[in-house]
Ligand binder design. Sequence first.
Ligand SMILES: *Cc1c(COP(=O)(O)O)cnc(C)c1O
Length: 401
Amino acid sequence: MSTKRKLAIHGGKPVRENYLQYGRQWLDEKDIQAVADVMRGDYLTTGPTIATFERETAKYVGARHAVAFANGTAALHGACFAAGIGEKDEVITSPLTFAASANCILYQGGTPVFADINVQTYNIEPHAVDALITEKTKAIIPVDFSGLPADIDAIKKIAQKYNLIVIEDAAHALGATYKGKKVGSLADMTMFSFHPVKHITTGEGGVITTNNEGYYHTLLQFRNHGIIKDANKLINNHGLWYYEMQSLGYNYRITDIQAALGISQLIKLSHFIKIRQDYAEYYNSAFRDIEEITCPAETLNLFSSRHLYIIRLNLEKLTAGRKEIFHALVKENIGVNVHYIPVYYHPYYQKLGYSKGLCPNAEKVYEEIITLPLFPAMSRQDLDDVICAVKKVVSHYCKKR
Ligand SMILES: *Cc1c(COP(=O)(O)O)cnc(C)c1O
C-alpha cells in the first residue's frame, strides 16, 4: 500500500498535491488583509508597524526590547556585532545546527568553536563548553535545537565565570519555556527567525530580544547602516537634514509589510504551538513501542515549542542505513528531512581547517536522525499517513522479521 495523500488546506494552497512537506506556513485571510492594509497606507518600510511588531514580540517573550531584522541570520550578525565579537575572538556554538549559527561569527572575523552535543537532547553539553574555554573566548551561542531549550542556567554560569556574552539561537524556540520562563529574556540576546517553516512567518524576517539598553541601541543602528539621527547623539550637526554614520552597519531592515504579517501571525502563535504539541504527542504514542526508532527526549522543566519532530534510528536493529530508509520515506511521498549536517562538514568549514571527528556525538546522531513533517496546517490524516509510512518502511528493514 502506498500512502497517496493530499495536503490539508487550512490556509493557502498546497505546492504539490501528493507530497507532504516537513514544514510550511499557515496563512489565513486575516494575515492577507493585514498586509493589504499596510500596502494601502503611507509606509511600506521603516514606518510604525515595525515598532508595533517589536513591542508585541518583546511582550510575548517577556523581554524589554526587540529589534526586528530582514531575516534571522542578519539578526544573529547584529547580535555578534553588539557583543563586540571581532578578529581573534572565539565563540562556542553547536555543530548540530543550521550554518547561520556559526556563519554569524565568521561575518565578524571571529572563530567558531564547536562544543559537542548531549545525545538525548541534541543541545550542547555545558561541560563540553567549559572544556573549550580559552583566553580568546568571547561568547557562547547555544541553539535551542528542535524547540527544546538549551541548558541556559548552566551556560550562563560558565559565562559569568569567564565574563562571556550569551546569544541564544532560538530560531526553533519561539514560545518554548525553560523552568517556567519563556525563552527570549534568559540570555543577553536571543534570536528568533520568521522564515515560513518556523513558528510564525513574515516571509523572511528575524528579531533579537534583549533586556540590555546598550545592545538595543547598537542593534537599531547596525540594522540601518550604522546611521544616527538622534540630535543628542550626533558628533557634528549641520542642520535639520543632518544625520551621521558612526559605525559600519548594513541595510538589514525589515519592511512594514512583513511586520504587519508578523503582528497578525503572533495572534495565532499559542494556537500553533498547541497543535504542534498535540501532533508531537500523537507521533510519540504511535512510535513509542517501536524498538527500531527512538522518539524525541522528554525533559523535566523544559517545554519544547516543537519546531521539529526528529526520530532516531536504532541502526543495529535495522538491515539498512539512514539513507535507504530516508529514500524509502520519500517514495511514500513523505517530506522527510535531516536537521542538520554538522556545520563543520561543509566544504567551506573543512577548508578553514575543521576536521571530521571533532564532535563524535553530533556526528553519530547525524547518521541516525530523520525529521518527520510537523506543522499546524497538517491534518490528522497527514499524521496518520506519516505514521503508516514510517511503520511500513521500518518493518520492511527490520532485522527480526
Ligand atoms: C532558521 C534558522 C536560522 C536563520 O534564520 P533565517 O531567518 O532563515 O535567516 C538560524 N539558526 C537556526 C537554528 C535556524 O533554524
